[in-house]
Design a protein around this ligand. Sequence first.
Ligand SMILES: [Zn+2]
Length: 374
Amino acid sequence: MVIATLGKVVADYRARAALAPSHVAERAGITTAQYLALEQETAWPGIQAAEAVINALEIPAHHRAQLAAASAPLDKYLQRMLHRYDIPALILDSSWRTVEANRFARTLLPDAGRPGWSLMRWVLFADDARQRLANWEDVATAFTGVLRDAMAAAPHNSELLAIRRDVEQAGVPAAPSSQDSHDAHVFVWRTDSGPHPATACLITVPGGRPGLRQATFVPRSINPGIIPTTTAAHPTPWYGPLLTDLLSCGLCGLLLTAGEHPTSYSCATGCQPDLPADMLELRVATKVLTRTLTAEACRDLGAAQQILTADGIELELNVPVSPQHALHQWQRSMTDTQRRGILTTTLKSVRAYPAPSSDGPHRVDLTYSWHELA
Ligand SMILES: [Zn+2]
């Protein structure tokens, strides 16, 4: 089934009404350039402009419903979710052009919000990508696989066909056909100093919008502060004995205790050295989150949140798109109450055994006892 795009429908109705682009733009209260961007699908002029054009052309209701399934604007729920993510995320159309980018995406990729910007073209052809991505060759090669999948879904998409021609000309090596493009693609970002931060670019299909893609950049490093983000978006760092009543000494069985603002957990009988609190809590969080949040669970949670949001129910925190994202939220967005809630609902207890032979700060072995998953 061929579903006409919004641009084609608009062009069709304008032709039937025998109106010049400037007349439609004037009726809709937008600029002629904005109108032409919509009709020629070179850029997304914004939801209000698109709606104004649809109204100005008096496109009937039954046709609007079809558009909603094809290439129409984001509904407000999807839009709200996008902007509530605490990491870079953008919605792309079937040509991989930006439909909408959240502020973190526009910080990470400053041009991402510009009309007609394409993540696919940026990765494959932009000098900026070659300069900023330490693993550009790998990412570009992987994206030839993404392109192949995108073309399988939309074989007649002229923009994708054009990108493929440009890929051949540019000589970007093709990804092996077995590569699963639904895996996350790791982007390693060059910085002026220090280790290169990495993000996983996850490509997902927003619920109910099979023509669109969401690209989410999930931090891979557990070192906070390395993804460019706008300021004041994150709550204060957390302190507190999150493992109270959950953590016991593997030698004597006593619960390990920590002060009100703990830097370490300790056994009252002193049978093993104090354990650094932040290392231990993060280690337990990592274990809990990766065990609980499988890719499937994240998909289900995302679908559930869309339904809740559509019903007007706001969650305190966006559901994570992956265990890595959850860990990022754990470190940067969650309150102690939320962290503690996750621990107590999943974990019965953790026992810590001294392991002097192991290296570094992890001189302890942990054994876990879990609540049964519902
Ligand atoms: Zn002990």
